[in-house]
Design a protein around this ligand. Structure first.
Ligand SMILES: [Zn+2]
Length: 309
């Protein structure tokens, strides 16, 4: 499961998470191979190349953040990136159990490859000024939102700054999306968290490893997520957890919820929808369209007539 290899033209492997510790439990790691998740997001939202990279990094980050900040096995975090670039905002919701969904304001926004390094211009499309906000539920069930100004618009640095400044968690974050032949070839991320008691030697070694690491997508293309986790903890004694955890793009919308949303319209508007042959309800999170039939709308009317709504 963790030793997945891929050849050009083959289907994307399933996405998954790996967890581990290093340096006598003073470093905690979580890694995600999000190739299939990001490819599904690209297809669902008809994303441009640069938009795929921007949303893909944010989707991956939302799951990694959930594993660090979430207290329960189904805890979720929502990441919202509001930059001043042509993409508009990005929203991603990730869960500790590996489920993730998200979208962008302008999926068609794109930019030429950056001249300085020949890479996708993610910060150009996101914008270098703006805000990153993370919302999660506290132990008492109340939502809590923390935010920081964008640092670079490249997402990984911005997420890392959020964790350091807003959550006081020393960390390193690496995110990447590599596209080839019009599809997502490799995508993934790593989040390394320094725990209390971490030594200066460990932090210095980690910093050197991060500098020498290069792009996470290069590791995923040539090796695997496990190889990337070994590389980032070289000399620090990585202990991987036994099992990988599946991850997938999964929305929480449903036909029933889509029909229910029509309850917000008055009887006259609903009569119009019925006369027009039904009403399309679009889910922004996943791009799904639900055509609610006149019979289903009539059922909503009947429910209300019986005081069930
Ligand atoms: Zn949906």
């Amino acid at each position: 499961m963790t030793d997945v290899s891929i050849t050009p033209g083959s289907a994307s492997p399933a996405s998954f998470l790996l967890r581990g510790t290093a340096a006598n439990n003073t470093l905690r790691l979580v890694g995600m191979d999000s190739t299939a998740v990001v490819e599904e997001a690209r297809i669902r939202h008809d994303l441009s190349k640069t938009a795929t990279a921007a949303l893909g990094r944010t989707l991956t980050a939302s799951v990694l953040l959930a594993t660090v900040l979430g207290k329960r096995s189904d805890s979720r975090v929502t990441v919202r990136v509001d930059g001043n670039g042509p993409l508009g905002w990005i929203v991603a919701e990730g869960s500790v159990d590996g489920r993730v969904r998200g979208y962008v304001r302008h999926p068609e926004a794109d930019l030429p490859l950056r001249q300085s390094d020949g890479k996708l211009d993610v910060s150009g499309v996101v914008g270098q000024e703006g805000e990153l906000a993370v919302t999660r539920l506290l132990d008492n069930g109340e939502p809590y939102t923390g935010s920081v100004d964008l640092v670079s618009g490249e997402i990984a640095e911005d997420i890392s700054t959020y964790l350091g400044v807003s959550e006081q968690i020393p960390n390193a974050v690496l995110l990447g999306v590599y596209e080839e032949g019009g599809r997502v070839y490799r995508a993934g991320g790593l989040l390394i968290q320094a725990m209390p008691g971490v030594t200066d030697e460990t932090l210095a070694r980690l910093e050197a490893n991060v500098k020498a690491f290069g792009q996470i997508t290069d590791h995923l293309r040539r090796g695997s997520l496990m190889e990337a986790m070994h590389a980032i903890t070289a000399g620090l004694g990585l202990q991987l957890a036994d099992s990988a955890q599946d991850a997938r793009f999964e929305c929480r919308c449903s036909r029933e919820k889509a029909a229910d949303s029509l309850k917000f319209f008055g009887p006259e508007e609903r009569a119009e929808m019925m006369n027009g042959g039904g009403q399309n309800v679009h889910c922004h999170w996943c791009g799904e369209d639900y055509l609610i039939t006149p019979a289903e709308i009539a059922a909503l009317n009947a429910q209300e007539a019986h005081g069930l709504a």
